[in-house]
Ligand binder design. Structure first.
Ligand code: PEP
Length: 251
């Protein structure tokens, strides 16, 4: 039985005091009996204080990126070991904003995944098609290609620790979410791809979460789909009430 994951990606928002305020508001609401696993993914600068503030709450911490290199003369980068030492469990890899704004390709994403896993982090691998690709009927092939290049040479254990986030690029930050049936269709496709590569048992274990304009209003209809195992939430995670309403949509 897969436990749903609701992860809030704060992107390049929140100073340290703002992060602490948001955590304070969330901590009051998220109880230990919450049926979902909750993860917060603040900017690097807030990780340390967030780890301290979240201690004992059961809320997990994640980072938005990591270097594919282990360390050394790599100015401006953050290593997997640093993320582990600050208290991160999760790390986002392959977010469409990194693919688009920082030219991250599938080969680099593969290296980042391997680095994250070798350091003991649990990656959240983001994949998704553009609007043009969807319109051209290529969504399934685009996602298959992204996944196969990403999990190249993965062991079953590495796959088990990886969460896949289906994030159609046209739905991120646009207010235009995928319809629940559209999302379910792609999630089913992704699970079938995991099945063909790693077997049926592992395919049933792997979490596949949806991201792209998830709000309190649309979260129930998305999260009720059989192959949607949670949500990666951007904009709506920056406000405690709306993020908590999405967490509450998990049953
Ligand atoms: C995201 O950044 O991963 C995301 C899904 O953003 P939003 O919820 O704002 O569309």
């Amino acid at each position: 039985m897969r436990k749903q994951l609701i992860a809030g990606n704060w992107k390049m928002n929140t100073t340290i005091p703002e992060s602490l305020e948001l955590i304070h508001q969330l901590k009051e609401r998220v109880s230990s009996s919450c049926p979902a696993e909750v993860a917060l993914i603040p900017p690097f600068t807030s990780l340390s204080v967030a780890a301290a503030a979240l201690r004992g709450t059961g809320i997990q911490l994640g980072a938005q990126n990591l270097s594919h290199l282990a360390g050394g003369a790599v100015t401006g980068e953050i290593s997997g070991a640093m993320l582990v030492s600050v208290g991160c469990r999760y790390v986002l890899i392959g977010h469409s904003e990194r693919r688009k704004l920082f030219q991250e390709n599938d080969a680099l994403i593969h290296l980042k995944l391997k680095m994250a896993l070798s350091e003991g982090l649990w990656p959240i691998l983001c994949v998704g098609e553009s609007w043009e690709e969807r319109e051209a009927g290529q969504a399934r092939d685009v996602i298959k290609n992204q996944l196969e290049k990403s999990w190249n040479h993965f062991t079953p254990m590495e796959m088990r620790k990886t969460t896949i986030a289906y994030e159609p690029v046209w739905a991120i930050g646009t207010g235009k979410n995928a319809q629940p049936e559209q999302a379910q269709d792609i999630h089913e496709h992704i699970r079938a791809l995991v099945d063909s590569q790693f077997g049926a048992e592992l395919a049933q274990e792997v979490r596949i979460i949806y991201g792209g304009s998830v709000t309190p209003e649309n979260s129930s209809s998305l999260l009720i789909q059989p192959d949607i195992d949670g949500a990666l939430v951007g904009g709506a995670s920056l406000e405690a009430n709306s993020f908590y309403a999405i967490i509450e949509a998990v049953h």
